[in-house]
Design a protein around this ligand. Structure first.
Ligand code: PLP
Length: 489
């Protein structure tokens, strides 16, 4: 145990803290542990096999009275925690959308933890604010986004924890713009309406509930045969709501839906929102990363109409969870929506009006130094490196789609514009459910499902940092093997 006695102080105190030398030693041990983990990650079953309650049952009922050694803690990570890990960083992880990570991202996050900065105000760490503003400005041309999102224009970007929070902030700003900031004062009166497609992520419904609009005031707009929002249905619904005396205030379009990676037509949705002065938010949670490659920039056609836009580097841009980038075209509306300035936060820099205080750009007050990890990632890979890996993932998904097309036992269930392949074996829902369970139970890979046109559909998303052709080939072989078993029974 480390003792520290301050000779200049009259009260002798014992310290339980980890000394800098111990921190250095254990830090090295932990990095070694992680490097070993990454090099043997393919040995673990991708989906954790523990049953509900197993992990808790293995833990002591009460916290230790006396502090324990780092060795003991790390050994329990191996014995008690690892069995309960689903290995999101395994190259055989094809489930949901990825939450990919990388060495530079993890190290940037470690630095953020080590500095322990809380960047609620510019003055509470100027670098935390200014690096964030700068990196988000870098991303505007990197992704070919509209220049109005630049901090040097009327807009600007901020890092949020998740796409869910970004959508909520966008909805709140849209709500306030539509009601002259009076909803903040008086609360909702049940007349505000929001719109999104019936394929939008569930976080939009959650945002509508949190923002007080009420779930009944979220319109679920029809989609076309490619699962993209039908602009004419949106337009019809807005007209009908206006005629009923309601106040349309928010449209969320999705660039890469969760179920099938569909792209809502921003070029047609945008003018409808403009015509009715409705806030247009674009949720590009995973797929936004693709725009780093010029050949995939079509996904953002029409983004110039958007009031806000968000994507998650923590999904497909090698920046470990959590990191969502959120931009607004008019920062004043967002700030006016979310700003509250109690006396204890007043300071000279804020009074000058010359600085950004990011506390006014999101729900919570305190904030981590998240831009460090994004900065590390962008500097490590360079635009070229990021493009390389995104292209490789898309190409692997396209190869898988070809193999599926060529095997008569399967069908593709949706177009495959990027890195998500939706498919089914031709045996009905029960067969597909069994196929998925057998594959996931095997530990060889992990994939998940959705329902498209009422049919159970398997989703295979290529986006884990270290996935290569070998992994996708191996997964396809396993899918074929298990399909043979399932269709025989
Ligand atoms: N929007 C879309 C289109 C998504 O696919 C997801 C998650 O997969 C989300 C939002 C929610 O993401 P987050 O976990 O960052 O809130």
């Amino acid at each position: 145990m480390f003792f520290m006695q301050d000779q200049t102080a009259s009260i002798k105190t014992r310290s339980y803290h980890m000394s800098p030398d111990e921190f250095r030693r254990h830090g090295h041990e932990l990095i070694d542990w992680l490097a070993d983990y990454y090099s043997k990650i393919e040995q673990f079953p991708v989906l954790s096999r523990v049953a509900p309650g197993d992990i808790r049952a293995s833990l002591p009922g009460a916290a230790p009275q006396k502090g324990e050694t780092f060795e003991k803690i790390l050994s329990d990570v191996n014995d008690l925690i690892l069995p309960g890990i689903t290995h999101w960083q395994s190259p055989n992880f094809f489930a949901y959308f990825p939450a990919n990570a990388s060495g530079p991202g993890v190290l940037g996050d470690l630095l953020s933890s080590g500095l322990g900065v809380q960047g609620m105000l510019w003055s509470t760490s100027p670098a935390c604010t200014e690096l964030e503003t700068h990196v988000l400005d870098w991303l505007v041309p990197m992704l070919g986004l509209s220049e109005k999102f630049l901090s040097t224009s009327t807009g600007g970007g901020v890092i949020q924890d998740t796409a869910s929070s970004a959508s909520l902030c966008a909805l709140l700003a849209g709500r306030e713009r539509a009601t002259g900031f009076l909803t903040n004062e008086n609360g909702c009166d049940g007349r505000l309406v929001a719109y999104t497609s019936n394929q939008a992520h569930s976080s939009i419904e959650k945002a509508v509930k949190i923002a007080g609009l009420g779930a009944k005031n979220l319109r679920s707009v029809e989609v076309d045969q490619n699962f993209a929002m039908r602009p004419e249905s949106l337009s019809r619904q807005i007209d009908a709501d206006r005629r009923s005396g309601l106040i349309p205030c928010f449209v969320c379009a999705t660039v890469g839906t969760t179920s099938s990676n569909a792209f809502d037509p921003l070029l047609e949705i945008g003018p409808i929102c403009r015509q009715h002065d409705i806030w247009l938010h674009v949720d590009a949670a995973m797929s936004g990363t693709a725009a780093i490659c010029p050949e995939f920039r079509w996904i953002h056609n029409g983004l110039e109409f958007a009031d806000s836009y968000a994507f998650n580097p923590h999904k497909w841009m090698f920046t470990n969870f959590d990191c969502n980038c959120f931009w607004v075209a008019d920062r004043r509306t967002l700030i006016q929506t979310l700003s509250i300035l109690p006396e204890y936060l007043r300071n000279q820099a804020t009074e000058t009006g010359a600085v950004i205080d990011y506390r006014d750009w999101h729900i919570q007050l305190g904030r981590r130094f998240r831009s460090l990890k994004l900065w590390f990632v962008i500097r490590h890979y360079g635009v070229e490196g990021l493009q390389h890996h995104v292209r490789e993932h898309v190409s692997l998904a396209q190869h898988l789609a070809e193999w599926i097309r060529a095997d008569k036992r399967f069908e593709l269930a949706a177009p495959i514009p990027l890195n998500l392949v939706c498919f089914r074996c031709r045996g009905g829902d029960a067969a597909n459910q069994l196929l998925m369970e057998r594959l996931n139970r095997s530990g060889d890979l992990f994939l998940t499902h959705t329902k498209l046109e009422g049919k159970l559909t398997l989703r295979f998303c290529v986006g884990q940092s270290n996935t290569t052709e070998r992994h996708v080939r191996q997964a396809w072989r396993r899918i074929q093997e298990e399909t043979a078993v399932v269709l025989k029974n």
